[in-house]
Design a protein around this ligand. Structure first.
Ligand code: SAH
Length: 353
């Protein structure tokens, strides 16, 4: 039975699902989930991410993390962690760029938080020669100083959606009509956790809340506040979420999110204010556009050095990749970077308080 039919049977028997439950099933169902069953990245897959566009992305992130580690006294051992590492490309670029930082590799316990068995296998292959540990969630990160990166991880976590109705809210749910999945609205009810959103919303406005994202970042912020370290969180989104940002992508094209659960990537824009709040008592940087962050770290200089060894198509691709990562009309503005660090330390290079 397809996942869609399984969900229709379940909803018919026991009622509509929250969007978060639907997303969790569609993305991570053990037999049919989108991430559990495939490698979705790259030109042949459904979407492409910054580390897959150019090695420069991971190199500069790696150098920012390593400088932050040096600035905090180079504690050893420490956890070098990534959330949702995809094919392992970003971590491989981080490790290559930091090879000559004295003590960094010798002190690093590489820890990858990954739910997908398919992508775990890809990461092990990419990171061949490095000692890595896979864990299921941020709660299992080592109790140690933590330098962490997460690119396009938080956008993949389930959200609930609420539509304002006076001083109450109605939850947007997934139900069944005929043989199709459809959106509907649950009954009006108070949502004490959303009281602060009564100030900046009006009737019928929709907001998104991800308790999975908040729980994940709470574990990260707690460790950074206690043991030291820093985190670079990169994703598309804004300081505060407003409106329906659920998007389904299949083979590089948008599709209906309810059409074929398990076969399309589902994402939402990240609410960085909620992440920053959950990271306390760790401090957070200003939310910084990806293009600005990469320029501050010297991407143009790095691009020029790499260009010297390239000609023809390879050079064209390289120039296009630089533009794609940084230009405001491409990923430069849409993607944002949030840094986490101890209140006693400075933000990692590329970010400001
Ligand atoms: N960071 C990579 C991949 C982004 S795709 C890159 O930039 O290329 C999202 C990644 O998060 C995938 O590796 C996916 O399997 C993983 N993921 C999604 N939900 C997860 C969850 N709840 N727990 C752990 N990993 C998850």
């Amino acid at each position: 039975m397809s996942l869609k039919d399984t969900l229709i049977t379940r909803i018919t028997a026991s009622g509509p699902l929250s969007l978060a439950t639907y997303m969790a099933e569609a993305l991570l169902h053990p037999a049919h989930g989108y991430y559990t069953t495939r490698d979705p990245l790259g030109a042949q897959g459904d979407f492409i991410t910054a580390p897959e566009i150019s090695q420069m992305f991971g190199e500069l992130l790696g150098l920012s993390l390593a400088q932050s580690w040096l600035d905090q006294g180079a504690p050893a051992p420490f956890a070098l962690a990534e959330l949702g590492p995809g094919r392992g490309t970003l971590m491989a670029d981080i490790l290559r760029a930091t090879r000559s930082v004295p003590g960094f590799h010798a002190s690093a316990q590489i820890t990858l938080v990954e739910a997908s068995p398919t992508l775990r296998a890809a990461q092990i292959a990419t990171l061949d020669g490095h000692n890595i540990t896979h864990v299921d969630s941020t709660a299992q990160l080592p109790d140690a100083p933590l330098w962490l990166v997460a690119n396009e991880f938080f956008d993949a976590l389930p959200v609930r959606q609420f539509v304002r109705a006076g001083d109450a809210w109605r939850e947007r749910c997934v139900g069944v009509q005929g043989d199709a999945l459809t959106f509907g609205l649950g009954p009006e009810g108070p949502q004490p956790d959303l009281t602060h959103r009564l100030d900046d919303t009006k009737d019928n406005d929709l907001i998104e809340v991800s308790s999975a994202a908040q729980n994940a970042v709470r574990e990260v912020g707690g460790r950074i506040a206690v043991y030291g370290g820093s985190a670079l969180i990169i994703d598309y989104g804004d300081w505060r979420s407003l409106g329906d940002t659920l998007q389904a992508v299949r083979q590089h094209a948008k599709t209906d999110p309810l059409e074929s659960p398990g076969n399309a990537d589902l994402t939402t824009h990240v609410d960085f204010e909620a992440l920053a709040g959950a990271a306390a008592p760790a401090a957070h940087s200003r939310l910084t556009p990806q293009g600005v962050f990469l320029e501050r770290l010297g991407i143009t200089k790095r691009a020029q050095v790499l260009a010297q060894g390239l000609t023809g198509d390879a050079l064209e691709t390289h120039i296009a990749a630089h533009r794609r990562l940084t230009h405001p009309d491409e990923m430069g503005n849409l993607f944002k970077v949030l840094g986490l660090f101890p209140t006693t330390a400075s933000p990692p290079p590329g970010l400001s308080e």
